[in-house]
Design a protein around this ligand. Sequence first.
Ligand SMILES: Cc1cc2nc3c(=O)[nH]c(=O)nc-3n(C[C@H](O)[C@H](O)[C@H](O)COP(=O)(O)OP(=O)(O)OC[C@H]3O[C@@H](n4cnc5c(N)ncnc54)[C@H](O)[C@@H]3O)c2cc1C
Length: 392
Amino acid sequence: MLERGEVANSWRTERWDSLRLLTPNWQTRLPGLRYEGPDPDGYLTVGEVVAFIERFAAVTRAPVRTGVNVTSVRPADDGYHVTTTQGEIGCRAVVIASGACNQPSVPQFAGAVPASVEQLTPFDYRDPAKLPDGGVLVVGASATGVQLAAELQRSGRPVTLSVGEHVRLPRTYRGRDVLWWMDAAGVWDQRYDEVEDLTRARRLPSPQLVGTPERTTLDLNALASMGVELVGRWAAVRDGSALFSGGLRNVFSLADLKMNRLLGTFDEWALTKWALTKWAQTSGRDAEVGPPERFPPTRVPESTRLQLDLGSGEIRSVVWATGFRPEYGWLDVPVVDAKGQLRHEGGVAARPGLYALGLPVLRRRRSTFMCGIEDDAREVIEHLARYLAARR
Ligand SMILES: Cc1cc2nc3c(=O)[nH]c(=O)nc-3n(C[C@H](O)[C@H](O)[C@H](O)COP(=O)(O)OP(=O)(O)OC[C@H]3O[C@@H](n4cnc5c(N)ncnc54)[C@H](O)[C@@H]3O)c2cc1C
């Protein structure tokens, strides 16, 4: 196992200070190790995630060689030739577990933003003090964007949030964490070959969720109540001005509709009492839930700005919360598509002996989260073992 940094490198170096997992502690598990602390419904801090992964590495005695950067993997007669900063390695198979979020995705027009406006990505951001005083334009309203917009607004900086397609979710539903419902109703278990539009599922933005001790919902209504100004999707920069799409009403109603549809599937699932009872018996957990709820629609602002002069001094910094992407510059095997994504079938890449783990919806919806690795790793490694056995 080669790691360019230290164990849990992404959590040590690529996260902001206040981040907590959005998955509850009962869902914090890796094969053979699970959260066993006093707060199963809480959310781990970044430091706690690092400690958890370090413990996993120690308990499993994972053969990790840290400080080894892989600079090239290329096909060889008998498998692959791997070049690293610590020497060359020949191997019969390679598992790519380099992560799905190695770099922030930033639109090209960021280059046209005037130099007087400071630009940051979530990789640079640590806390509000990192930004100059004055207005902030946060771009993207998924988990990262809503969390940073709330934190920056609380720091006293006026925040404008540019909102594109997003996934709205309440933190709790009928008295339970919304991710409890996903788990219990089997949403996470849906397999990749059962998902109707797999490409879309793999590109779906993260839900508007935050893990706070108070279990607060952080949707656009909550942000607007805090004073955050909502504008449409940032489409272009022209003559030093940011141009935003109109049609926020449609974007909001689509997100509301999808949320209500999901809550409806939870209600249907809970109605079949036997399913709830059976789930409680097999999981050993309490299945008490409250009555069905519905949430107010996302409020559409009376008027939204379509243009913002970036040279006026109103906006002093831009935070790009526009998603992340993997980085495969070191992979000299033609298995990466034009969008920079690895071509694979459930973790089995398009070239024999090449495998992947840790990508969104790799083999099931759960794969997007840490707790998805157990089943994925078992199935992918079974394939790998068969491949090696056949070659022998
Ligand atoms: C902001 C954010 C919040 C998240 N919140 C949650 C959450 O609440 N709950 C949850 O379950 N999941 C969450 N995730 C997803 C979670 O991070 C991933 O599921 C998990 O980290 C995947 O682990 P991984 O080991 O596959 O990838 P990573 O954690 O990305 O690890 C990949 C490792 O590969 C190393 N590497 C990369 N390239 C090379 C190379 N060329 N040579 C050597 N080493 C290399 C990197 O240094 C890194 O340590 C979040 C992700 C992000 C970005």
